[in-house]
Design a protein. Structure first.
Ligand SMILES: [Zn+2]
Length: 212
């Protein structure tokens, strides 16, 4: 199979210095690298996505270590510090997409009885069916997240929405805003481009999605 699209990790050197390489067992030069994932086409990195963790590389034996205080002292803060400190791991992007697709299948099936109901509504709704189903989608996301702590798709894939700030629980208003933005198609691709994988709906609601 010809692979056209993919991802590629590229390391950018943040700084260099010397350390005692555990493998060489002597003082060597290191390169501290910030690794970023790129969306690539024909192996050419085109669009920067999220940071995937730093590495400290011995320039002699090429061994890559996880940078820490024993190598670098207290002068180092990881590029992914804000995700490393989370109490539960972020939900994989594939799982979130899967949950979204499951929910959309459910909502599209729900359109059939709605189409029947529309016949009994004023003429305006006949030509503008989205005026009927869009609010239903928003209400679905809102009610499921608020009362059941997750949509059907999220439940099936064992992921959940939590507040990005542990101090501030998610209010009903934030869930409602989140549902509204989430119902707008395609807008949430933005989640691929930031470390916490926040979709546009996560930014407006101050939420992140994590594994259960
Ligand atoms: Zn070495």
């Amino acid at each position: 199979m010809l692979v056209i699209f993919g991802t590629k990790v590229i390391g950018k050197t943040l700084r260099s210095g010397t350390f005692v390489c555990p493998r060489c067992n002597m003082e060597r030069t290191y390169l501290l690298k910030q690794n970023k994932k790129y969306f690539s086409v024909f192996f050419i990195p085109l669009i920067p996505l999220n940071n995937v963790g730093d590495t400290l590389e011995c320039t002699f034996c090429k061994t890559a270590y996880v940078p820490n205080a024993s190598f670098l002292g207290n002068t180092y803060t990881s590029s992914t510090a804000d995700i490393d400190s989370l109490s539960k791991p972020l939900a994989a992007v594939g799982k979130r997409l899967g949950a979204y697709i499951i929910d959309m299948i459910f909502l599209i099936i729900l359109n059939f009885p709605l189409a029947f109901v529309v016949k009994y509504l004023p003429d305006l709704f006949h030509n503008k069916f989205y005026l009927v189903f869009f609010p239903v989608w928003v209400i679905y996301f809102f009610i499921m997240e608020l009362f059941f702590k997750g949509t059907i798709g999220k439940k099936l894939l064992a992921i959940q929405t939590v507040s990005d700030d542990d101090e501030k629980p998610i209010t009903a208003v934030r869930y409602l805003l989140r549902g509204f933005v989430k119902a707008i198609p395609l807008i949430n691709v933005v989640l691929l481009f930031n470390d916490k994988h926040k979709g546009f709906h996560d930014f407006v609601a101050g939420t992140i999605v994590v594994e259960k």
